[in-house]
Ligand binder design. Structure first.
Ligand code: ADP
Length: 615
């Protein structure tokens, strides 16, 4: 995010560069124009000044040259020349109209007087009869010189050529003046550039500092740090931008906080939901899973996140993810889990934006095992009741029909038939009574008529009764033996006597019923530190392992035909269980098939001290 900007790309560099370039360009243009103009002007000034000088000298020489006295002429010219002095004038020579030197101001060159000038310029002026002037570099001094060669004419009417004036002047001073001016200009330019650089750096600083600060702050906002503030340096555009960024920072922070609190709220809702929740992205990969869903699916968060929902819910064989998405309505599925007993319901809904873009799927899982079990029990209960009532009713109906059809006249068959009808009706009445009892207990309407009873005496009394029954005609030829193994201590418990007798009766009855070949029935009465346990063991058919867990279920019978033929309703143990549970106790069975079974009943018991007992 905080990428370093290279110096050459930074405004810090660009602004001073721009200033300097602009300045250089303008200095170049101004300098070139100014220096050229200055040079032209100064040289033309020098030129005209020298021309004036030459003109003046010409005028002075004219009368002298017109004089015919040759000897006098040279002296006069020499005098004029030596008298004539002017700034920058180097050399003056005067020639006659044929080019013979008449006078020369340089004392060292006096020997040349009287000789013909070798100067080609002089020859040219005499020939062309026109003045000439030009600049050249003098070889011996290596300095620039302005040479004026001017014809001198007579002052009379003829205006004939009477001589030639050569005047050399040192123009170097003009150039040195020029170079001085140029150097002043250059110095001033350098100073201007330095001032410009300093100013440009200050200005660019003024620009870049707020910009860098804003850049830093926006980077911080992007990183989630809203604490900083950009300093507003002025009321210009940058100042406004800084204010906007501060405002933006505040708004983003606000929005972020709202999002965060929303997220936390969602998180806590999800965490505390009793339903499992899964959310996926649009490819079906899980992105959210709450702890309830993790429990229900026995999967850890690490393993679930990023996994395909199809895999986690084991839907691969039944559906494709596309089918799940296309199902606009909620869909209810039974999802198998590792634990076979758990039935889950998944409700799916698609997360769709207004544009129609599907961004994911939400699945709410609920554990409907209990619900399903209850529903299943209800269904089987209804079918069991109908079936159980149908069988005796069918036989009652068929016997009645036989009687109607004439069997009533048969003195032998008729009483038999009526007996069967009576037995079946009894069974139905018993069953309905049992069902009513159960239903009353289910609704919590059954109240216990509690009283303190010596359980030793109660159980002994029941067994006495059974011993009497076993001695009767019906069981005489079967060898049943009842053994008692009672604790010596008298155990007083608070129970509903009638109902408890029903329970023991039922278990004793079963012990006899399901021991068709007779055998020993042992009844024990034991005491533990906080309960009493009654157990009844027989040596009968026993209960197959797979059925043991169900014998206390309503209408459950191991061998339906046999049990029914023995007159059972299949409700005895279910009622026993309810009664024992109403007393706060437990009932359970251990059994080995073909060896026998032991039914246990435990009741909560607080031993009473002798004093309490009799006090
Ligand atoms: P039922 O009226 O059929 O006896 P119960 O509820 O009393 O109904 O018993 C349920 C089932 O448990 C019986 O049908 C029988 O298969 C089994 N059962 C109960 N007691 C014994 C026992 N002592 N030995 C073997 N099986 C038994």
């Amino acid at each position: 995010m905080n990428k370093k900007i290279r110096l050459v790309h930074s405004i810090h560099f660009k602004i001073p560069m721009l200033f300097i370039l602009l300045l250089l360009v303008s200095l170049q243009l101004i300098g070139a124009y100014f220096i050229r103009e200055l040079e032209t002007k100064m040289i033309s000034n020098f030129d005209s000044q020298m021309s004036l000088n030459a003109g003046f000298l010409e005028k002075t020489l004219q009368p002298t040259l017109m004089d015919d006295d040759a000897e006098q002429l040279e002296v006069s010219v020499q005098t004029i020349l030596s008298d004539f002095t002017g700034a920058n004038i180097l050399e003056t020579q005067v020639m006659d109209e044929q080019g013979y030197i008449i006078g020369i101001n340089d004392q060292t060159l006096q020997s040349l007087i009287g000789t013909k000038s070798t100067d080609r310029d002089v020859q040219q002026v005499i020939l062309l009869d026109a003045p000439s002037s030009y600049q050249y570099v003098k070889e011996d001094t290596n300095s620039r010189v302005l040479k004026i060669i001017s014809p001198i004419y007579s002052t009379d009417n003829t205006g004939t050529l009477i001589g030639v004036l050569v005047m050399e002047s040192n123009i170097e001073s003009v150039y040195s003046q020029m170079s001085q001016t140029v150097s002043i200009f250059l110095n001033a330019s350098v100073v201007a550039i330095i001032i410009t650089i300093v100013l440009a750096v200050i200005i660019s600083r003024g620009l870049t500092r707020p910009i860098s600060e804003m850049r830093r702050q926006t980077a911080n906002i992007a990183d989630g740090d809203y604490s900083g503030k950009v300093t507003v340096y002025g009321a210009d555009e940058l100042g406004e931008l800084a204010e906007t960024i501060n405002d933006l920072s505040y708004k983003v922070k606000d929005a972020q906080e709202t999002t965060e609190s929303e997220r936390q709220r969602l998180d806590s809702v999800l965490r505390h939901m009793t339903d499992g929740v899964l959310a996926t992205d649009r490819r079906g990969k899980i992105i959210i899973i709450n702890s309830r869903a993790m429990d229900l699916l026995s999967i850890s968060q690490d393993r679930a996140i990023g996994q395909s929902i199809m895999k986690v819910l084991k839907l691969g064989e039944k559906f494709t993810f596309r089918q799940l998405l296309e199902t606009q309505d909620e869909l209810i599925l039974n999802i198998p889990t590792d634990d076979q007993d758990t039935i889950l319901r998944g409700e799916f809904s698609v997360i769709q934006r207004e544009s129609g873009f599907i961004s994911g799927l939400v699945c709410v899982l609920s554990d409907i095992t209990e619900q399903e079990k209850v529903e299943q029990e209800r269904r089987s209960f209804v079918s069991n009741v109908s079936h159980e009532l149908r069988t005796p009713l069918t036989s009652v109906k068929s016997y009645t029909e036989s009687l109607i059809d004439g069997a009533w006249e048969d003195k032998e068959i008729a009483p038999e038939f009526l007996k069967v009808i009576s037995t079946e009706t009894d069974r139905m009445i018993r069953m309905i009574t049992d069902l009513l009892n159960l239903s009353r207990m289910d609704q919590g309407k059954q109240e216990l008529n509690l009283e303190f009873v010596s359980i030793n005496e109660l159980v002994a009394h029941i067994i006495d009764r059974f011993e009497m029954v076993l001695k009767s005609e019906q069981y005489r030829n079967k060898k049943y033996k009842i053994e008692r193994d009672f604790t010596q201590r008298t155990l007083w418990v608070e129970i509903d006597q009638d109902k408890f007798i029903q329970v023991i009766d039922n278990i004793m009855n079963n012990a006899i019923k399901y021991s068709p070949d007779g055998g020993k029935i042992t009844c024990r009465l034991m005491e533990t530190h906080n309960s009493i346990v009654i157990s009844i063991t027989d040596e009968g058919l026993g209960i197959p392992r797979k059925d043991i867990g169900h014998v206390f279920d309503r209408f459950y019978r191991v061998d339906k035909a046999r049990a029914r033929s023995m007159g059972g309703t299949g409700l005895g143990l279910a009622i026993s269980k309810e009664v024992v549970q109403l007393h706060g106790g437990k009932i359970w069975v251990t059994s080995v098939e073909n060896k026998g079974s032991t039914f246990f009943i435990s009741l909560p018991y607080i031993p009473m001290d002798e004093e309490d007992e009799w006090g």
